[in-house]
Structure formats: C-alpha cells, structure tokens
Design a protein around this ligand. Structure first.
Ligand code: PEP
Ligand code: MN
Length: 353
C-alpha cells in the first residue's frame, strides 16, 4: 500500500502520517519526489489502516500495490532515481559508461586500461578482483590486492570504480575500495548477500540472473532497498535461451520493460549479453537506443591473453574509443546526455580528496 500526499504537505504532517503507520505495527518508507511525497507501507496492514489514512490531512490518495516488490516499483516512486556518485549522476537522462577488463590482473594492466577508459570519455572503471567462475580450477581473481590496484588506478585517472562482490563477508572490504558494488548474474538470488548490501549505502549494480524473470529480478532489488540502501541499479546482461551462437541472448526489451515497472536506473552489458566482440558495438548502440541509462563494457589491452575467458568479448581500446564517439552522437537523439570531452575535466578535484 502507498500513501500519496498532497503537493502542499509540510514535513510535520508527513511525520504525523509516518507515526500513524508505525503505530499500526508496519513500516513506513518516505520517498520525496518532485511535486509529491509517497509513503510506502511495508508489512501486512489491517484493512482499516487505509481508511484511517485516507481521512488524514495532507493525504491525496491511498493505493494498494499488488506487486510483490514495492520500493522498486514505479508506483511507489514515480520519478526516476538518480544516483549521484562524486558528481557522476546515474539515472534519468544521463548516460554513464563503465569500461574495463573482466578481471584485474596487475597494477600495470589496470592502470593502463583506466587511462584508456578515461581518455575515451568513460566515467567508471570496471574490473573483477573476485571472479565467479563456472569451474573451480579456473582463475578466481587476484582478491583483495586487486581491489587496491583498482582503487589506485581509479584515483589516478579520475574514474569511479565498480567491482563484483560475491559473499556477505567481503561486502565491507569491497565497499572500502570501490564506488559501486556489482552483484553477478549467478548471485542475483543470493539473499544473504542482498540483505547485507541493504545495510550499507554504497551503490549496487544488480545483474539479472541469466534465467530470471523481471519479477524475480525486481524482487531481488527489493531485498537491497528494503534493507535501507536506496542506491540500486539494474543490469540486463543477457539470458540463457536455446540459441548457442551467442553466449547469452541480450534481452533488449528488458530495458524499457524495467524502466516502466521501476524507477531504478537500467544499465546494459552487451559484453556478457553476446559473448562476441563483433556484437558488442551494435548491441551497445541498440541498448542506448532502447533507453539504457548506461553501459558496462569489457575492454582489454591484450584480450587474447586476458586471464579469464572473456577476452573473446572484450573490445580493443580503439574500438572502445570509437564506440564512445558514436554514442556521443546517438545520445542526444534519444534524449540522453553524453559528452566524451567532459570526462577529462570532470570532478578531478573531488576524486583526489
Ligand atoms: C563480469 O561482469 O565479469 C561477470 C562475471 O558478469 P556476469 O555476472 O554477468 O556473468
Ligand atoms: Mn567478464
């Protein structure tokens, strides 16, 4: 159930409504939007509560949300969520580009790739220090040292950083080093991990499970939001279908569908979504045309010798730079802001702090 307030409501009245809800033994989540405030009621409320709330001063309407997820739903939060990380805004009309290797390998490797991501106009450096590998004998990532290498490279080149966290125990250390935490496709329903991510405020990029429905995906996001962390972005990274030519099938319709159902930013991953280098560029452009708020793209200076199998889907640095130039032309046509020259000047002072 949600309470929609009148636009003229003051803070005191909002607090009265919240107290009334809490006295009924359920939780209230206040979301202040442009023009109106929405108060979400979490928990099983007595039917009489809706009637009481309707009578209260400042209340415009009380609506029952039948979806199992509530905080993630657009009914609860009609405006787009915009996550501001050190001045980089993710969501709304901003296009954010995250680029980098599948895995952090050495300080030199991640530093050089960071330089190239920045020079091309990207805002976020990606790289896994802990890798979720299908086989136990495959390279599992360089671990905590990788977090340090990436944080150094990000700081040096004025980029935000994103890295994958796989277990609740590693959330704090990953959050100490990275600006955004990635939950991989295999962990979308690792509920202990999601609950732990709800207890911090570090933004989370939640990847869609490769066999998950939109409903399951949004319920996974709801775990993080319900814990109190409002900074969640959704990532479409391809789903498993009967087709084997591509590694996954990038579900482009997920982008407008999720943006309709939810207020959270939607990021597309054309690298894992296709598994083939030659398809990354067209699918990146198609994602932006479909309304994606950002892209996460694998790029490597020596893809053939990358330490994970993802070299085959990694762009070469010149391809990455060309793609970003093309996106700069495409972005305004679809109502997005993206300026490759802005990245150079952007927020250096903030990062150096
Ligand atoms: C990755 O980003 O390198 C990764 C392992 O992604 P996914 O969880 O989508 O497979
Ligand atoms: Mn990868």
């Amino acid at each position: 159930m949600i309470v929609i307030t009148q636009s003229s409501i003051n803070e005191e009245r909002i607090q009265e409504i919240v107290s009334h809800i809490e006295r009924a033994g359920v939780q209230a989540h206040v979301s202040r939007g442009i023009g109106r405030t929405v108060i979400g009621i979490i928990g099983k409320a007595e039917p009489a509560l809706a009637e009481h709330l309707r009578q209260m001063k400042g209340v415009e309407n009380v609506i029952k949300i039948s979806k199992s997820y509530k905080l993630a739903s657009r009914d609860f939060h009609p405006d787009d969520t915009i996550i501001d990380i050190k001045g980089v805004k993710i969501g709304g009309s901003n296009l954010v580009i995250m680029g980098g290797p599948c895995a952090v390998e050495t300080p030199e490797q991640i530093d050089e790739i960071a330089r190239l991501v920045k020079a091309a106009g990207g805002q976020v450096l990606r790289g896994g220090a802990f890798k979720p590998r299908t086989g136990p004998y495959s390279f599992q990532g360089v671990g905590v040292e990788g977090l340090e290498m990436m944080a150094d490279a990000g700081r040096r080149h004025g980029l935000l950083t994103i890295t994958e966290v796989m277990t609740p125990e590693y959330v704090d250390i990953c959050a100490e080093h990275a600006d955004i935490l990635q939950v991989g496709t295999r962990n979308m329903q690792n509920f202990d991990l999601l609950r732990k991510l709800g207890t911090i405020r570090t933004p989370v990029l939640l990847k869609r499970g490769f066999s998950s429905t939109y409903d399951e995906f949004l319920n996974a996001a709801e775990y993080i939001l319900a814990g109190g962390n409002p900074n969640v972005m959704l990532c479409e990274r391809g789903i498993r279908t009967f087709e084997t030519y591509t590694r996954n099938t990038l579900d482009l319709s997920a982008i407008p569908v999720l943006q309709g159902l939810s207020h959270l930013p939607v990021i597309s991953d054309p690298s894992h979504g296709t598994g083939r280098r030659e398809l990354v560029e067209p699918m990146a452009k198609a994602s932006v045309a479909a309304g994606a708020n950002g892209l996460i793209i694998e790029m490597h200076t020596d893809p053939d010798n990358s330490m994970t199998g993802d070299g085959v889907q990694s762009l070469f640095p010149d391809q990455f730079a060309r793609l970003l130039k093309d996106l700069e032309k495409l972005a305004p046509i679809v109502g997005k802001n993206f300026d490759t020259s802005k990245a150079e000047a952007e927020q250096f002072a903030v990062w150096q702090k």
